[in-house]
Ligand binder design. Structure first.
Ligand code: CGF
Length: 841
């Protein structure tokens, strides 16, 4: 590795380079130093926020020492690296995670106690880094954790949004969106003003032949926006590896500021360009599984892809290798189609800027990229209009057309008589206006395409990408079932359960090898162990009940069965099925005698999740849940037998409180619509049961934990198409029990019945696309089975322990190893020596 410090001066450097704290006293000294100097506070005005800041800065320093070493080690090893391109990284809070991953949480706890603070209060001061919508962004965050933990040389690349996902408030039962400005104080990022890339937009393409007779293509004029890097350290668990997440922020390039205007007093217009440039990375689009084709979104995508690609190429060029070795050194994974322009940008860099021939460049491109598909929902498949791309990225459109032409010619050669096939696989959809199908471009430009659960990976091969299986053969398509990091989703969120497991297994090794959980199974009849297991669940429910008390102002009984559905609100996820089921239960309770009521299992139905601001139907579902809660929660006939809670502003840090507290959680999407789901894994890993359809990863969870440990219901994905057909053309009748629920709503039981009309007519009159009526009976019956099962607490705990013991497969470590072996072809770095040095010093 090159060094700017001459050999003979390095001793002094080494002598003074910081080692990082390891003891309580050292931690206190670091934290107090930051509070008094960096923050200019003293012991007379240090509140919890200042104590958080000082602690976070102390830990950040500590991470940075390891981060620096990791980067040096990885440069020195000169192995192939993986770059994970994702528009979303839903990281949540960093401090608790950093403390646990470097193994110094107890040190910090004792140190903070000395300084007069409780560690829980300090951790709670941190603002979530909420740069994502839901599963896709959180998956990216879990993957970063696993890559670092497993010592892979891997970087994440994303956007540094000034506003993350909006904050949700509920006013009069309606969702209201509040901007989430989260950068007031963010100790976890390092601005790298020396690392920037100029990104071009608009302009025109000049093609000419130079004096040597070579065809030159140059993209000219237009607008330049500068991308500046902000680096976020990502610590692995129990390893010296600290990887990097590089987020790009946009600002006007220095040439953009109009001094002439400024000097003549036109201040506003002088800064207008600057503001326009900054808008690019200003806000995260708040849609999950929905694409809307807005120009600013396309600008974001290109800005981020271009900056990341130039950064990657710059790093590669430093190694002075031949271009033909590019894909031996670089693997790039596209998290969904959002980064597909990276394929086009790399081709442009190689051909237009580096002078490679088209074919040579294209071979490099296609052996570099892998593409992960996350959905089969048609409304989520990205398409960009040709005129929009033409205007914003004129050269890229030419390249896309050229890629398409070459691809279609090769298809034509192999399937000469199949004209329709050409139209079906073309990157360009011949609509008005013409559209670029990003998923097709991603498939053609990648060497592997994967789905995120077995069923989903099968479905993409038989439905949306069927023709590409014909063209490329099945081997290009593969499956990597999603996973979650047990560090955050067990150890951090549920420390007591983690501790109990460790006490039985003999160590915390299971956090690095989750299959070791199977060592719990022999204890499934151990009375004392079961008692402790149940006590921990109860304590977690008490914690959630306290949260409900402070945020909602009413109490729920922690002894009741906690039934939880938290995730984005979407018709396909069917929160409407859940709330209709709740109304059904409410009506049943109302019609019961006091004697019958005594036999019931009390329930708390908890909902949480955000709706995309423009998704009116999802907002109506939120409204109904809240209105049902208002009525049910104060009905004296019901009392503790049923409570309906909508928790506002569901996010990662709230999930850490909610997930460990569930008895049963709901994963009830229409079969064939949820690609994988990952919260299903989090809930089971925390000892909760699930009620679910045979969809996404529920299927694999069932296979692993056993059918007797999961409550399945509903129609199968292979029947969905026929059922939908029947709704329109058969003698379709809505389920009579569901009709009673609708009548109850229409009577105005939950307020203005007109507000919920669309929810009902979607099922009664418009074909019930999500099969709510078809699944209603089996859903309610399964809920009854759950009540019965819950009455036998001993058997319930047995199921809970057995399930956790069999969850080893669902760690994101397994996913990352699979990606590394089958798609990226990368090896982890050996850090044994580093660990030894660390242990000695
Ligand atoms: O990706 C999702 C999630 N909503 O973000 N998709 N997208 N787009 C899928 O719907 C989930 O089923 C999946 O678990 C997640 C991550 O792959």
């Amino acid at each position: 590795v090159e060094s700017s410090i001459p050999e003979h001066m390095r001793e002094a450097w080494k002598k003074f380079s910081p080692k990082g704290f390891t003891t309580k006293d050292e931690f206190e000294s670091e934290a107090v130093k930051h509070i008094e100097t960096t923050l200019a506070r003293s012991l007379f005005n240090c509140d919890e926020l200042a104590a958080y800041s000082g602690t976070a800065l102390a830990f950040r320093d500590r991470l940075i020492i390891d981060w620096n070493k990791t980067q040096q080690r990885q440069s020195f090893a000169d192995q192939k690296r993986l770059y994970y391109l994702s528009l979303e990284f839903l990281m949540g809070r960093a401090l608790d995670n950093a403390m646990l991953n470097v193994g110094l949480k107890n040190v910090a706890k004792d140190g903070l106690a000395d300084l007069g603070f409780r560690i829980e209060d300090i951790i709670a001061q941190e603002h979530d880094a909420a740069l994502g919508n839901g599963g896709l962004g959180r998956l990216a965050a879990c993957f970063l954790d696993s890559m670092a933990t497993l010592n892979y040389a891997a970087w994440g690349y994303g956007l540094r949004y000034r506003y993350g996902i909006f904050k949700q408030e509920i006013q009069d039962g309606y969702q209201v969106e509040i901007p989430d400005y989260w950068l007031d104080f963010n100790p976890w990022e390092f601005p790298r003003h020396d690392v920037s890339v100029d990104v071009q937009f608009y302009g025109w393409v000049n093609k000419y032949t130079n004096d040597e007779g070579k065809q030159i293509v140059s993209w000219q004029d237009g607008e330049i926006v500068t991308a500046t890097a902000y680096d976020v350290p990502v610590p692995g668990y129990g390893t010296p590896t600290v990887n990097n997440l590089r987020l790009w922020s946009s600002k006007a390039s220095s040439g953009e500021f109009d001094f002439a205007k400024f000097n003549s007093g036109e201040y506003e217009s002088a800064v207008a360009d600057e503001q326009r440039a900054e808008t690019i990375s200003a806000v995260l689009y708040p849609n999950d599984n929905l694409e809307r084709g807005k120009e600013l979104r396309l600008k974001q995508q290109y800005f981020w892809c271009a900056a990341s690609l130039h950064d990657i190429v710059r790093r590669f060029k430093k190694s002075k290798r031949k271009w033909s070795e590019f894909s031996d050194q670089v693997a790039i994974q596209l998290n969904d189609t959002h980064p597909t322009l990276a394929i086009v940008e790399l081709q442009r860099i190689l051909v237009d800027m580096e002078g490679l021939g088209w074919d040579e460049a294209w071979t490099i491109v296609t052996s570099t990229f892998g593409y992960t598909n996350h959905t089969v929902l048609p409304e989520a498949l990205e398409k960009w209009s040709v005129p929009l791309i033409q205007n914003l990225l004129p050269r890229h459109l030419q390249i896309i057309y050229e890629i398409n032409l070459q691809f279609l010619q090769s298809v034509e050669k192999r399937f000469p008589k199949d004209r329709d096939l050409l139209g079906r696989v073309s990157i360009i959809e011949e609509s008005q206006p013409k559209m670029v199908r990003m998923a097709y471009l991603a498939i053609i430009g990648s060497h592997k395409v994967n789905g995120v659960a077995e069923l989903h990976s099968d479905l993409i091969k038989t439905t949306i990408f069927k023709d590409f299986v014909k063209v490329y053969g099945p081997d290009k398509f593969t499956n990597v079932t999603n996973g979650i990091t047990p560090r955050r989703w067990l150890h951090q969120a549920n420390p007591r359960l983690s501790e109990l497991i460790a006490s039985k297994i003999g160590s915390y090794e299971f956090l690095k090898d989750l299959t070791l959980l199977n060592k719990l199974e022999p204890f499934v009849d151990d009375k004392e162990f079961k008692k402790e297991w149940a006590e921990i669940k109860y304590a977690n429910k008490v914690r959630l009940a306290q949260h409900i008390q402070t945020t909602k102002g009413y109490s729920v009984n922690p002894k009741a069965l906690f039934d939880i559905q938290v995730k984005r609100i979407h018709e396909y996820k069917r929160q409407q099925l859940n709330i209709f089921g709740v109304i059904h239960r409410y009506m049943a309770i109302k019609s019961m005698s006091p004697e019958e009521r005594k036999k019931l299992v009390p329930r708390v139905s908890v909902f949480g999740g955000k709706a995309a601001p423009g998704y009116w139907m999802a907002k109506t579902i939120i409204h109904l849940i809240n209105k049902v809660g208002e009525v049910v929660n104060k009905d004296p006939d019901v009392g503790d037998l049923l409570k309906v809670v909508f928790l506002e502003d569901y996010n990662v840090s709230k999930a850490e409180i909610i997930v460990p507290a569930s008895d049963i959680s709901e994963h009830i999407s229409t079969a064939g619509t949820e690609a994988s789901g990952t919260s299903n894994m989090k809930f089971v890993l925390n000892g909760g049961m699930i009620i679910g359809t045979l969809d996404g990863a529920n299927i694999e969870i069932t296979r692993e934990i056993g059918e007797q440990n999961i409550f399945l219901f509903g129609n199968l994905s292979e029947d969905v198409e026929d059922l939908r057909h029947h709704h329109f053309y058969g003698d379709y009748k809505v389920n009579p029990e569901l009709v009673k629920v609708f009548d109850c709503i229409k009577k105005g039981t939950f307020g203005d019945e007109g507000a919920f009309g669309a929810l009902i007519s979607g099922i009664v009159e418009h074909g019930d696309y999500y099969l709510v009526s078809d699944d209603f009976n089996s859903y309610c019956q399964t809920q009854d089975l759950i009540d019965e099962a819950y009455k036998d607490q001993d058997a319930w705990v047995t199921k809970s322990i057995t399930s956790v013991a069999r969850m080893g497969f669902f760690t994101s470590d397994r996913c990352i190893n699979e990606y590394a072996d089958t798609i990226w072809n990368i090896e982890p770095l050996d850090v044994a020596e580093e660990k030894e040095v660390r242990a000695r010093t």
